[in-house]
Write a new protein. Structure first.
Length: 81
C-alpha cells in the first residue's frame, strides 16, 4: 500500500498533527491535536482528518475540534413501544 505524502492540513491557521502514545496498562493509541506552533511539536507528524469525522469550530472560543460526520437522511430511527 502506498503511503501518502505528508502534507499540512490547516484549518483557519490551525494545523492537524498526530502521534502514537503507549498507555501504561494497555495498547498504543493515536492522539490527534491541532496546533499553531511552527515548527511542529516533537514526535508529531502531519495528519489527515480520520474517517467519519469533519473539522468544526467552537463559536465562542474559535478552537477546532472533530465532529462526527452524519450523512443527510441517514439518521438512526427511534424505536418506541
Amino acid at each position: 500500500m502506498k503511503e501518502r505524502k505528508q502534507k499540512r492540513q490547516t484549518y483557519r491557521g490551525w494545523t492537524l498533527y498526530t502521534y502514537d502514545v503507549k498507555l501504561k496498562k494497555g495498547p498504543k493509541v493515536t492522539i490527534y491535536f491541532f496546533s499553531k506552533r511552527n515548527p511542529p511539536p516533537k514526535n508529531a507528524k502531519y495528519a489527515y482528518v480520520p474517517g467519519g469525522y469533519r473539522v468544526a469550530f467552537n463559536r465562542r472560543t474559535e478552537l477546532p475540534y472533530f465532529q462526527k460526520y452524519q450523512r443527510r437522511g441517514h439518521h438512526q430511527k427511534e424505536t418506541r413501544q
